[in-house]
Design a protein around this ligand. Sequence first.
Ligand SMILES: Cc1cc2nc3c(=O)[nH]c(=O)nc-3n(C[C@H](O)[C@H](O)[C@H](O)COP(=O)(O)O)c2cc1C
Length: 221
Amino acid sequence: MTRQYWRPSNLLNPVPAVMISCADENGKANVMTAAWTGTICSDPVMVSVSIRKNRYSHDIIARTGEFVINLTNERLAKVTDYVGVMTGAKIDKFNLKGDLHITAEPSKVIKAPCIAESPLCLECKVKQILELGSHDMFIAEVVSTDVDESLLDEAGRLDLAKADLIAYNHGEYFTLGKRIGKFGYSVKKASTIKREKAEKKSEHHISSQQRRDIKKKSRYK
Ligand SMILES: Cc1cc2nc3c(=O)[nH]c(=O)nc-3n(C[C@H](O)[C@H](O)[C@H](O)COP(=O)(O)O)c2cc1C
């Protein structure tokens, strides 16, 4: 590999493209797009989002100390882009028409609304604002995780792959590609892989047996 050495850049990719919703003291809601957001602590659960001072949302979030991170999917991609190029200082982004329409829904814990069409929303309370330069970093605690029930399996486990989430890579939006591994798969023992394969096979066997039983029963009805 032959490298070129460029000046410092913000080329950390891919990043999420989320919609950050907030509401002012009179309850007027706004939403902006953010790609510079991240998970920063697990106990307490904390996130960060870096917002330029001139964004309309910036002062609202600084004053109220609340915002919601709304994850986005393929269906929300267009509006995610739109609310990231239009300012709430000039338009009401919760009153858009057609495929740009999003609905402000009351949050569970905070006053800032979440977006009803978002598959998963993180309600956040600001703990600290770091003035970094062009952007201020809002460090916040997640106070509620609001999950669309259709993402849960029968046992109540979250299957986020069902959410169709999108990523932002060097200025372009992408759906996620094929699954290529799982946490820890690189260190999994051959015996564990073998056992899991066998378990999967027997699960399949049980279900085909059950299918046969059901067929048999329905024949005698
Ligand atoms: C994909 C994408 C990612 C963005 N990420 C950020 C970000 O992380 N921080 C930021 O300050 N602005 C970001 N923006 C720009 C703001 O979303 C944009 O300036 C928006 O109009 C601000 O809305 P507001 O003025 O209503 O707050 C992004 C825009 C797009 C389209």
